[in-house]
Design a protein. Structure first.
Lengths: 109, 119
């Protein structure tokens, strides 16, 4: 089961906005509104930051937003902060299984 | 508070078996699906398997189908994964994660247990 495609790295300065793309196929990202996003700091467990394409769990700052168009989902971090430096993974449901993205390392310059 | 704690990891020889566990607390275990997700050293996340709230439905990634078996004991608030015919590429940190209230997300994660397959 092929991973969803994400850029390996994205960087930005504090206060800027960055966007991470997540490209799948019609059987996963394009076929379901069940895309989620996870933040993972080094040596830590992943943390859910977006579910069902564009919904934030309680406690996740509103500078995190997300969307989907066709087979590509996107995560935007607005007003980038130092603590946002982390790895980010998208995940999509695909007919009884789940597929994760390849992961994107976000660097705050 | 809501907590998932994995255990049972270790070093195992190729071809051998290992069972890892995920004990939960702080929520009604029998109401939620649970997943196993692994992360090989320096690599990304890979969904491995998932089990429905009552254990009636089990799904597996192609990479482990036929070798790994997931199960749960709702009376003990614990989920298990029996891993057979282990290979070097199974070396990873194994996380258990709760299927969230909207079902298709994983909203709470354990800290992981490390499985190393090596001779």
């Amino acid at each position: 089961q092929s991973a969803l495609t994400q850029p390996a790295s994205v960087s930005g300065s504090p206060g800027q906005s960055i966007t991470i793309s997540c490209t799948g196929i019609s059987s996963d990202v394009g076929g379901y509104n069940y895309v989620s996003w996870y933040q993972q700091h080094p040596g830590k467990a992943p943390k859910l930051i977006i579910y069902e394409v564009n919904n934030r769990p309680s406690g996740v700052p509103d500078r995190f937003s997300a969307s989907k168009s066709g087979n590509t989902a996107s995560l935007t971090i607005s007003g980038l902060q130092a603590e946002d430096e982390s790895d980010y993974y998208c995940c999509s449901y695909r007919s009884r299984i789940y597929v994760f993205g390849s992961g994107t390392k976000v660097t705050v310059l | 508070q809501v907590q998932l704690v994995e255990s049972g990891g270790g070093v195992v020889q190729p071809g051998r078996s290992l069972r890892i566990s995920c004990a939960v607390s702080g929520f009604t275990f029998s109401n939620y699906p649970i997943h196993w997700v692994r992360q090989a050293p320096g690599k990304g996340l890979e969904w491995v398997a998932g089990i429905s709230y009552d254990g009636s439905k089990k799904d597996y990634a192609d990479s482990v189908k036929g070798r790994f078996t997931i199960s749960r004991d709702n009376s003990k608030n614990t989920m298990y994964m029996e891993m057979n015919s282990l290979r070097g590429e199974d070396t990873a940190v194994y996380y258990c994660a709760r299927g969230g209230p909207h079902y298709y997300e994983m909203d709470v994660w354990g800290q992981g247990t490390t499985v190393t397959v090596s001779s």
